[in-house]
Structures are given as structure tokens and as C-alpha cells.
Design a protein around this ligand. Sequence first.
Ligand code: PLP
Length: 424
Amino acid sequence: MSTTAPAAAGSATHDAGGAGALPTGPVPTAEELAALYAHAAHNYAPLPVVLAHGEGAWVTDTSGRRYLDALAGYSALNFGHRHPRLTAVAHQQLDRLTLVSRAFDHDRFADFTGELAALCGKDAVLPMNTGAEAVETAIKAARRWGYQRKGIAEGAARIVVAAGNFHGRTTTIVSFSTDPDARGGYGPYTPGFDVVGYGDLAALEAAITDDTCAVLLEPIQGEGGVIIPPEGYLHGVRDVCDRRGVLLVADEIQSGLGRTGRTFACEHEGVVPDLYILGKALGGGVIPLSAIVADREVMDVFTPGSHGSTFGGNPLACAVGTEVVRMLTEGTWQPRAAALGARLETGLSALPEGLLDGWRVRGLWAGLDVAGGRTGRQVCEALLARGVLAKDTHGSTIRLAPPLVITEDEVDLLVATLAEALTD
Ligand SMILES: *Cc1c(COP(=O)(O)O)cnc(C)c1O
């Protein structure tokens, strides 16, 4: 495999210091960080680094230190920071038309919806902005479909979801979260959801009743720690949904759009859901853009006035989103993610015994369970000190999701730095 990215954004070309020339030096002081957050809500606990510039797989902080970005905005930056094709279309669109609201049509809408529908093999697209909004849109579509097409009694529709899910932060979505931090204190909660163990096909089928309109799942649980379900699970879920007349709704917001080595993670089991939920990388790391994608039979439950968004499907987002879809349609990113992921997996396999309790890789996406009682946060701080940015999740897990523009040498650098940080 070539170490050159499919387009000019190859971070290797920007790598002034060369692989191995990682920065060292003090992180911002506690006083500097306190000043930064003096007027901010405390709903995040970011790593102590203040970034000012990004290109490809690399970011630079306010003191000029460079870091390899191994998180990529939770996969919102699949194509790296400021990919030239994406910034070019954004600049062009900024100089023409940015927002009209859906009260009027604009000349960027048809290309985006048509090309995204084609990428998904579906009839129709409903664009929104954030992932959570798209999940909410999917829940509305599934419920209406249940009432109008399946004949469920009004107000009785139920949706089966998985324990350990992450689908966003709205009150309805956290209502069926099993994470006490995400859910606690936000009641009263939206009813109508049944939670079953992720990967437990028998439990899923047992939870389905005549009132069930949909099964909503991440094909790989991202926030959960890159949890890959047992082989055959997604295929089995598809089969259960077909037999029981229930929609399969796949939240591919983090797993989709090239990350796993395929356009969609569902493809690893040859599964096509009834409804795709997309976000994150759809906006190219430039603009928030999400969507649901489905066939007419599902999408046409929406009628004028029954759902919408002021910013959803705006010209700027559609211009960037269309370019993202074209890049994926060219088909070079998916095998690139697969090959780089195989290299990452080889590197992780060669780590000394005892550093990790377990790890999972699918495409260029890995969840690592840190051994020895250290927290993921501690290891992420050790990585930061060595010039690699990554994010912990659920205590002892670290997620690696570098941009797909990363080179083979940079994957090796990531693994070598990880080995050091784990032995700190
Ligand atoms: C990030 C994420 C969401 C929520 O997206 P936001 O844009 O943060 O609202 C939903 N589902 C999955 C699987 C995600 O990873």
C-alpha cells in the first residue's frame, strides 16, 4: 500500500519534523487552563492542550508543539484536518450562498441528497445537523412507520435498543442510555424503549412485541469502547427484523463513512439496514451535517410541517457533504482504512505482554483496555506528553481513531508511542 494519502492532504507532506520528531515540553499550567474555562460550563474535562492549527493527521498547539491526532474528532475528521478538497468547496460555497432555510430550494440540495442516497443504495435523504438530531429523526420516522404502516395503536410504539449504547445527548436519547453519567438527573424520561444486552440475539428477539416498530443499534459501539458484536449478530438481527416486521435502524454516525474499512460497518456482515443514521464525517470536519437515509416506504411518513430544521440541508453543508460523498464513492478511502488498520493491528499484536487486558480493531478504529489498574485518562496524558492525542472512555479504555490520511510510518509511530506510554 502506498503511504501517500489518496489526495494531496497527505500528512507526510506536512510533517516538518518527520515521523519520530515528537514534541516534548510542559502542557499549559493549571492557572492557564483555569483562565480558559473561567466562563465555560464544565461539561467536559479535556486533556490539557490548547490547539491552534491542524493539517492532515497533525495538530499544533498555541506554543507550536505538534501532536499526532489519534482521535480525529471522534471520527468527524476521517479525512483529516482541512482536507484541501473539502476546504476548497467550502470556500467556494462561502462566496456564493450559505443558508436559505428549507422554506426555499437551493442549487446544492439535489446533488447532496441524490449522491448520498446512491452511496447508501436507498431512495431518499433527510438532512439534519448533529448526530443526535438525526437519531431523533430516525426515532420519529420509525414511530410514524409503526403507526401508519404496521398498524400499531397510537402512542404504543416501542423501540429495542442495546445496553452500552451511545446515540447522543437529547432528553429522549439519554432516556434509553445505560450510562449513569449521561442519563442521571435528567428525568422525566421518554418512554417506549426496551434495552437488551448488546450482542445477545435471543434477548433481542424476546424483547420484540407486536408494538415494536424498530431495533436501533450501533453496528460497532463507539463510545462503548469500540465494541464489536459477535460474528453473525448483525446478520441475525437483520433476520429477526425481517421475520417480525420491524425496522432495522443502524446508527453509523461514528462507524460509517470509511472508518472500518468499508463505507458502512454493517457491510462487514453483508447487512443492509432499513434506515442509516449518518453524521460526524459527513460534514468533513468542516461543518455539522447529519442525515437519515431510507427508502420511500419509510421516508414518506414525513409530510410538510411534520419535521424539519432551520439549518438542516443548508447550501454550505450540502456542498461539503457532496464532496465527502464523492470522495467515498471513489472507493480509495475504504481499502486505505482497512490496510492501515491491519498495520495497527499487527503493531498492537507485537506489544509486550501484560500492557493491555484486551483490544479490538476494525479498520482504522481500535479500543484498548489498559492493564495494571491504570486509567485510560492516565495513559492519554502520557500519550499527550509524547505528542499523541487520544481519548479515554469508560475508565480503563482508550479509543484510537486517527484520520484516514495518516501514513504507515505514522501508524508505526502511534504504536511505538503507545508502547512507551503504557510502560510509563
Ligand atoms: C457521536 C455520536 C452520536 C451523536 O452525535 P452528535 O453530533 O454529537 O450529536 C450519535 N450516535 C453515535 C454512534 C455517535 O458516535
